[in-house]
Design a binder for this molecule. Structure first.
Ligand SMILES: Nc1nc2c(ncn2[C@@H]2O[C@H](COP(=O)(O)O)[C@@H](O)[C@H]2O)c(=O)[nH]1
Ligand SMILES: [Mn+2]
Length: 206
């Protein structure tokens, strides 16, 4: 009887203490499966037309605002000693850029993305930006940007995409200049450029 209560107590303790880690893992997996689903749907369409197999060795996948447990080396200010520990790292607006690690830095629906390789820069905590980043918030963009200008810009870019006023907060004008954001990070030895991806089709969920 006592053993049973004891085991139940241990079980509850393990469940409560690991709950947040399970949630983090499930959230990341769910996001990954979503991306994989979209990628496979897109690859299938392209394959129908080109009749070619993609090179899966060059597959790059990157999370967007996430938390991982990583081996970190840092200077303990209290003791002055260097320490190496497994720590939970949250990257918000940033993504991992460890030495030789592939990454994706997207710009906007009209400017496309860069495939980059991390240089493992200690000064940026082995991280780079996860995109060009916003010049203005969603509400501000919806308030001040003109739909006409947005549609004209999409026409000029030649990108096949929905022209819907509900997408105004994703207008290219709402984001920073991707080339400038990349230039700062290559100058600071955070990343190096591997490929430049120009957009042909853009599909947004709304
Ligand atoms: N290649 C594309 N990049 C995009 C697009 N929309 C946004 N972005 C970039 O991604 C991040 C996250 O954007 P947010 O909409 O969640 O703020 C941001 O840094 C943008 O620069 C797109 O359609 N294509
Ligand atoms: Mn977006």
């Amino acid at each position: 009887m006592y053993l049973c209560v004891y085991l139940i107590f241990i079980f509850i303790f393990i469940f409560v203490s690991s709950y947040k880690y399970v949630c983090v893992f499930v959230g990341r997996e769910y996001a990954y499966l979503n991306r994989e689903f979209m990628l496979k749907a897109m690859v299938s369409c392209v394959q129908d037309v080109l009749k070619k197999e993609p090179d899966w060795n060059t597959f790059v996948t990157v999370h967007h605002n996430y938390c991982t447990c990583e081996s970190c080396r840092y200077k303990d200010n209290r003791t002055g000693q260097w320490r190496e520990e497994e720590l939970w790292v949250t990257r918000k607006g940033a993504t991992s850029a460890k030495k030789d690690e592939y990454g994706i830095i997207p710009g906007s629906m009209a400017t496309g993305s860069f495939i980059v390789k991390g240089l493992g820069n200690d000064m940026s905590w082995h991280s780079c930006s996860h995109g060009a980043g916003r010049r203005m918030g969603r509400k501000q963009a919806a308030g001040i940007l003109s739909t006409k200008e947005f549609f004209n810009q999409l026409d000029a870019s030649g990108v096949v995409c929905d022209r819907d006023e509900r997408l105004i907060d994703e207008s290219p004008l709402a984001y920073k200049d991707l080339n400038e954001v990349i230039r700062h990070q290559t100058n600071a030895s955070i990343i190096k450029i591997e490929h430049r991806l120009l957009p042909l089709v853009n599909v947004k969920g709304f």
